[in-house]
Structures are given as structure tokens and as C-alpha cells.
Design a protein around this ligand. Structure first.
Ligand code: PMP
Ligand code: GLN
Length: 384
């Protein structure tokens, strides 16, 4: 078998969800909310299942969804996109794989900013490329021009950026996006911009899509996910957005990964994106309240909690909380002996991985948060 897969561990998200099920723990590990989706979308999906085609949709996506994605970004980010910029995929995970396979040739280097989403490095390797890690430093996690530009060599083909950032909850500033744009332009790189968290913004923040920076439209492959926008992570409807010439090539990679994506869910997502944006603000406020409730509970329980500006994740600093074990040992003990599953950050980097931080998902109902916080306090007691 291919050693890449033979030696690959089960993803940290699956591992922690299995541990939560095994030990009956509150699952604050894998990132999925237990509230937040608009009911009308579920009804639209049910209608589409009964009344529309259940046969293969066009490989690049239902025209209605491709148009809705383009219109959504034109409205939100002032872009001038059309259906020809959009290729629908089975989730952002597939979009990332298609984008990497379409971009990377053997021996190409691809820069990733760690902690980085866990699919990037293995997929770069599968494409024959070499992932090059640039470590962001806690607690600011800032993108630095010198660190980024030093990582570029004559073999560098692309940079993968994730903004807003999972697992840290950081939203990079315009100055940091300008750093990425400058490095990409100077060295003529493609930027794969994983923007799945673009709408999960807290404290009134706004979001800038990387493709809207001067000179970036032609070299950016944006990745989006309806699973995140509508809090329906199991739906696995995502997309790539790029200049038409790039999008044509991306669509070729997509056609031999999945070929096409469940048509009824595509129709429901098209409905959701087109029906207006009134749901966005209440959704953000609800996640913000959840973050505040979890942070307060953890701080009162003696935990050092890092800031979270977006996504539904926050990080806890174990060392600063007086816990002397590494993230992996803490996570296993917390699931098994205290009843709460969290994600160790060392799973998001291979070199210089931080080992003193764990990620918690706060996109949960009050009772789930309270039970999780109580279990975290119990977990602290195991090491106190
Ligand atoms: N990228 C990032 C940064 C994510 O956080 C996630 C899911 N949490 C994905 C990609 C995958 O999204 P999807 O479920 O649509 O495949
Ligand atoms: N992206 C989700 C997270 O960060 C998990 C996705 C998955 O399980 N593949 O938790």
C-alpha cells in the first residue's frame, strides 16, 4: 500500500470524536455546532429531494448554485464574479484536494502556516509536493514578512492560507494579508485561500477576501464551505472560486475526485445563499455569546484562555494554567477520566508544534458548554 496512507494516523477530529463516544465525554473536540442552522434550508433540501432530479448534476455544480455563490461574494466583498469562476465540490476538504492536485507537480514546494488544517500537508505530499512549514507564534499568531519570504525558494509553487484561522480563532489583519500578497507577487505564486470561516466573525469584525487585494484575483484559489456558512457540517457542499482560466483546470481535478456533488443539497444551499443575509448577524451574536460563556467558565475555573476573534474555536494554554503535561496527554486524560474531548494543537504541525495548547469548540448550547466547562475543571484537578 502507499506508505503515505499506511503510516498516516486517523485524523485528530475523528480520533477525539471516537474517544468522546467511547468514554461518554462531552465532545468539544471535532468542530461542529449543535445549533445555528436556518430551518428553511432543511425544508428546501427536503423539497429538492422529493421534487427535483436525483441523478448526476453537472460536474462543476448546479448553475443555480454557481450563480448564487458568485452573487453572494459580489454582494459581500464587492467582487465581480460569475458562474464561470465557481466549481462546486463535496465540501471544502475536496476543494482543497482538487486545488492542491491541480496546482502542485512533483518536487514543488508549498508553504503552509502552522498550526495548519490537517489535510494540507498529506495532500501536498500525495501530489508529489513538499510541504514547507512556517510556524506562527502564540499567542499573537501573526504572519511575518521575513519568516514568510525566507521560506520561499525557486521550487515554491504555492502558499496555503487559512483565514479566519482554525485552530487558533485568529482573523489575520489587512497588513498580514498584504504580506501574503506581496510575497506571492514577487515570487509568482498561487495562493490557495481557505476562507471557510469567512462568516463566523465575532465582536463586530469584518472580513477581507484575499482575492480582493490588488493583483490577487488572478493568482488566488478561494475555498468556501456551505457546511460552515449554514452550520451544517455534515452536508459537505463546498466550492472553489478562481479566475476562469484557473477554474477550468480546477474543474478537471474535481471531475476525477468526486465528479459531482449531491444535487438536492446544492439546490438547498443555492436557496440559502439567495434568500438574503438577515440570519448572519444573529448567528454571529449567538456564537459570540457561546464563546463568552465558555471563556468565562474556563477562566473562573483557573484556565488561561487565548483570544478568539472568529470561528467557533478557542484555545487554552495548559502551561499558563498550571498544567505540566503536554497537550496530547491532557486530551487523552480529559476524555477518559474527566469526560470532555478537546483537540491537541500539536496535531496541526510536524515541526516546532506547540505542545501546551488545546482547542475547544464553543459552538454549543449552554447546557453543553456548562457540562464541558465542569469537565475541564475536573480535568485540571487531575494535574493540580
Ligand atoms: N478548512 C478548514 C480550515 C476547516 O476548518 C474545515 C472544517 N472544519 C475544512 C477546511 C473542511 O470543510 P468541509 O467540512 O466543508 O470539508
Ligand atoms: N474542520 C473540523 C474541525 O476543525 C473537522 C473536520 C473533520 O472532522 N474532518 O474540527
Amino acid at each position: 500500500m502507499n506508505p503515505l496512507y499506511e503510516q498516516m494516523p486517523v485524523s485528530v477530529f475523528e480520533r477525539m470524536s471516537l474517544a468522546a463516544a467511547k468514554f461518554g465525554a462531552v465532545n468539544l473536540g471535532q468542530g461542529f455546532p449543535d445549533f445555528g442552522w436556518p430551518d428553511e434550508i432543511l425544508e428546501a433540501a427536503a423539497r429538492a429531494l422529493k421534487d427535483s432530479s436525483n441523478q448526476y448534476p453537472p460536474s462543476r455544480g448546479l448553475p443555480a448554485l454557481r450563480e448564487a455563490v458568485a452573487a453572494h461574494y459580489n454582494r459581500h466583498f464587492g467582487q465581480e464574479l460569475a458562474a464561470e469562476h465557481v466549481c462546486v465540490t463535496s465540501g471544502a476538504t475536496e476543494a482543497l484536494s482538487a486545488a492542491i492536485l491541480a496546482t502542485v507537480q512533483p518536487a514543488d514546494e508549498v508553504i503552509i502556516l502552522t498550526p495548519a488544517y490537517d489535510s494540507y500537508a498529506p495532500t501536498i505530499r500525495r501530489a508529489g509536493g513538499v510541504p514547507v512549514e512556517v510556524a506562527l507564534k502564540p499567542p499573537e499568531w501573526r504572519i511575518d514578512y521575513d519568516a514568510l519570504s525566507t521560506a520561499v525558494t525557486s521550487n515554491t509553487r504555492a502558499i496555503i492560507v487559512n483565514n479566519p484561522h482554525n485552530p487558533t480563532g485568529r482573523k489575520f489583519g489587512k497588513d498580514e494579508l498584504a504580506v501574503i500578497a506581496a510575497v506571492a507577487e514577487i515570487s509568482d505564486l498561487i495562493v490557495i485561500s481557505d476562507e471557510v470561516w469567512e462568516h463566523v466573525l465575532l465582536d463586530g469584525r469584518s472580513f477581507t477576501s484575499l482575492a480582493t487585494l490588488p493583483g490577487m484575483e488572478e493568482r488566488t484559489i478561494k475555498v468556501g464551505s456551505a457546511g460552515k456558512i449554514f452550520s451544517l457540517t455534515g452536508w459537505k457542499v463546498g466550492w472553489m472560486v478562481a479566475a476562469p482560466g484557473l477554474a477550468n483546470v480546477l474543474a478537471r481535478a474535481h471531475q476525477f475526485l468526486t465528479f459531482s456533488t449531491v444535487p438536492n443539497l446544492q439546490a438547498a444551499v443555492a436557496f440559502g445563499l439567495s434568500k438574503g443575509d438577515e440570519w448572519i448577524e444573529p448567528m454571529r451574536e449567538r456564537f459570540q455569546r457561546a464563546r463568552d460563556r465558555m471563556s468565562k467558565g474556563l477562566r473562573e475555573g483557573g484556565y488561561a484562555v487565548l483570544d478568539s476573534a472568529s470561528t467557533y474555536f478557542l484555545c487554552v494554554d495548559l502551561a499558563a494554567s498550571g498544567i505540566g503535561v503536554d497537550d496530547e496527554s491532557f486530551a487523552m486524560a480529559a476524555a477518559e477520566r474527566a469526560g470532555v474531548a478537546v483537540v491537541p494543537l500539536s496535531a496541526f504541525a510536524e515541526q516546532n508544534a506547540p505542545r501546551h495548547l488545546v482547542r475547544l469548540c464553543f459552538g454549543k448550547k449552554d447546557e453543553t458548554i456548562d457540562a464541558g466547562v465542569a469537565a475541564m475543571i475536573k480535568a485540571k484537578g487531575l494535574f493540580g
